[in-house]
Design a protein around this ligand. Structure first.
Ligand code: FAD
Length: 653
């Protein structure tokens, strides 16, 4: 029986696969179902690659390439290539070829629908499209889904290309400008490409490597400035694109019958954004395995080139101003043909060492250290609360006011630097989907709701505050530890609150008293050690059930900070565990840098500080009482935060 192959997404990678399958005469042996709602009628991309004229890719696409060049310029110098040529292929050419194959074979069917999900069950693989489900044997999935990058090593290549015609000869037709950095860098690394098809026509493209995308308006300003002096030009076409430059890849193989393809499979070289040649070779390898009637199993090897990509992306991301000097030094020191072979990962180690010796070595050493730090810092984070609690405990024996205020100062500073800001960025993602007015309205409604509860039935206000705190603490910790059980998260959150509050009931009573709660004396004098011990045991059992050493570290941190005071238990957990995790989750989900997050959160952080400071209005004279009112106000700003973070985690899963 014929096997059925589903091509999910009909872009470059799956089109290349279809062409290779035709070449290998597989379309009589397989039924192919293509899923893509896009008709692929527009020439929306220009695929460039370099190769030797004898290479198979050139033999295959030779007649279709729009233009080829053998001379490259940068703003440093111009040089001819020896055995390589640089080729330009318009996406419309590829689309036309692939569509011709679709129309030629009755075994190939194009279903113009979006794929909602791909399910593997006992009966095989099910492609769930918009209106119907299709049972297939194999799936080649090219839907792009950027991986959340834990260490933040995601950079984006964004670009705006103008295809223009000038009114007089202005371009050197046989030479491409690959990287011209002679333009403002705008806190990123940006340059111009010029691909002339005649002396009057060219594709001129502004490209930015950076964490922030370049928008069309900004890019147009640079393009216009760059084209000044080239005469009057007519805009023939425009191409805007974003290519993620991530060293992390979507897991390749969900199961043996479903494999990723194209960008989804990490075919885009992180440091350059080129993918076409690699996708072509990957499609050939895939077709070869399909001809043996086995699903595609991609063999990947980790190589030193991945490490080089990592170092360059670290530089471009954290020191964008270094991009220009690094590239300029590279172009002035090494022959262009050899640089292209290096980018194809075909250089020798000896050549690479020679190249690095000519680059700004201190900048790369910095990248090595930064890379080590980025890799290790996540391992250090779970130990942080315990370490800080131990320091507090040891220093508490000194019984010094200086120490106390120093420690409170450190926690207070962290509260301002990540505690409040992590709360201020919660709904940022949602804010992009609603107007600022709607967002603030929702926030205020929730704050109002909890305020009314505190005023009318304070005990319910307190209970609701405790319940949603338990929910939120549990949810954030579970997210951090890669656990997803909602009920387990809530139980853990209850344990966290119990471990935090129970050893300090007198302090809790002191905080609650000014806002009208009196914890009965009987309770305060009761012996809580037994219950506290039971909570510790329960939390330990949970850590064994979920096999998470980080849970044990948290319990130990609470046991130690309990010896110091309520402020230490709350402060250490809240800023060093909870807020730090939330901050990292937001940073990863949105691919922000810390600085970008502080900038974005600044007005909301200020709002949060003002709300907490408002507690002084009630008791300007008494710091202890202030804590009571601050707790009420904190609950008011926390409820919307918990709601928005829950939505964000829910959407993520
Ligand atoms: C503007 C641009 C220019 C580029 N230029 C070059 C270049 O010059 N050289 C080079 O080497 N690389 C280049 N690249 C990088 C890379 O080669 C391209 O991104 C290439 O198109 C990637 O192929 P792909 O199949 O992974 O994705 P795509 O070509 O984007 O195809 C993915 C397809 O999946 C479909 N799809 C998405 N979701 C669903 C769904 N749920 N259900 C069904 N279908 C879905 C989309 O409609 C799309 O047709 C460029 C990228 C861009 C964005």
């Amino acid at each position: 029986m014929k096997k059925v192959l589903g091509l999910v997404g009909f872009g470059a990678s799956n089109m290349l696969l279809l062409l290779e399958m035709e070449k290998a005469k597989l379309l009589g042996r397989y039924d192919v179902l293509i899923f893509d709602e896009c008709a692929k009628e527009k020439n929306d991309k220009t695929y460039c690659f370099w190769a030797s004229p004898n290479d198979d890719i050139v033999q295959d696409f030779g007649s279709a390439v729009k233009k080829e060049w053998q001379r490259i310029s940068t703003n440093v110098r111009s040089e001819g290539l020896n055995s390589l040529k640089y080729y330009m292929l318009e996406s419309s050419t590829l689309y036309t070829r692939a569509k011709m194959v679709v129309s030629k074979y009755s075994s190939v069917r194009w279903i113009r629908q979006r794929v909602e999900s791909i399910d593997k069950n006992a009966r095989g693989v099910l492609i769930c499209a918009e209106s119907t489900d299709f049972k297939v044997d194999y799936v080649s999935d090219s839907r792009f889904s950027p991986m959340p990058v834990e260490d933040g090593l995601l950079l984006k290549q964004s670009f705006l290309g103008w295809k223009i015609r000038v009114d007089r000869p202005a371009f050197t037709e046989d030479t491409i400008m690959l990287m011209d950095f002679d333009l403002p860098q705008d806190e990123s690394t940006q340059f111009m490409y010029v691909l002339p098809t005649t002396s009057e026509e060219a594709l001129v493209e502004l490209t930015r490597f950076g964490t922030e995308l370049i928008d069309r308006e900004q890019a147009s300003i640079h393009l216009k400035a760059y084209l000044k002096g080239k005469g009057t030009f007519k805009l023939l076409d425009e191409e805007y694109g974003i290519i993620p430059m991530s060293i992390q890849q979507t897991p390749d193989q969900d199961n043996p019958s479903v494999w990723s393809m194209g960008s989804r499979a990490g075919m885009v070289k992180p440091s350059t954004g080129y993918a076409f040649r690699k996708m072509y070779e990957d499609a050939r390898a895939c077709a070869a395995q399909l001809s043996a009637e086995v699903p595609y199993l991609r063999v990947r090897s980790t190589s030193r080139f991945q490490y080089y990509d990592r170092l360059l992306i670290t530089i471009l991301k954290y020191r964008p101003k270094w991009g220009r000097p690094v590239f300029e030094r590279l172009f002035s020191a090494m022959p262009y043909e050899q640089i292209l072979l290096f980018l194809d990962e075909k250089s020798t180690l000896g050549w690479e060492l020679r190249m690095f010796s000519k680059l700004p070595i201190l900048k790369f050493l910095w990248a090595v250290v930064m890379d080590l730090y980025l890799k290790r810092k996540n391992q250090f984070t779970p130990v942080l609360p315990l370490l800080f609690s131990l320091v507090l405990w040891v220093f508490s024996f000194l019984d010094s006011a200086l120490f106390m205020w120093g420690a409170v100062g450190v926690l207070g500073l962290l509260f301002l630097v990540i505690g409040i800001p992590h709360g201020a960025l919660d709904g940022f993602d949602l804010r992009r989907r609603m107007s600022m007015g709607q967002f603030i309205f929702k926030y205020l409604i929730m704050m109002f709701f909890i305020a009314i509860l505190w005023l009318v039935v304070p005990i319910v206000g307190l209970a609701v505050f405790l319940l949603f705190s338990a929910w939120h603490f549990g949810q954030t910790d579970f997210e951090e530890w890669g656990l997803s059980r909602a009920s387990g998260a809530f139980v853990w959150g209850v344990n966290v609150l119990a471990l935090m509050l129970m050893p300090h009931l007198n302090d809790v009573a002191a905080v609650l008293r000014p806002i009208g709660f009196d914890i009965p004396e009987l309770w305060l004098h009761a012996s809580w050690e037994g219950i506290w011990f039971a909570t510790i045991v329960a939390a330990f059992i949970q850590s064994i059930v979920y096999r998470r050493p980080a849970m044990v570290l948290t319990i130990m941190a609470f046991c130690v900070s309990a010896q110091v005071g309520l402020w230490a238990s709350f402060g250490v957990y809240f800023v060093m565990q909870h807020s730090l995790s939330g901050w990292r989750h937001l940073r990863t989900a949105n691919q922000w840098t810390n600085v970008a997050m502080w900038k974005k959160s600044a007005p909301f952080t200020l709002g949060g500080v003002l709300v907490l400071a408002a507690a002084f209005v009630f008791r300007p004279d008494d710091l202890r009482s202030w804590f009571g009112y601050a707790a009420v106000l904190l609950s008011m700003i926390s409820l919307p935060h918990v709601y928005f973070m829950s939505l964000a985690y829910f959407r993520k899963h």
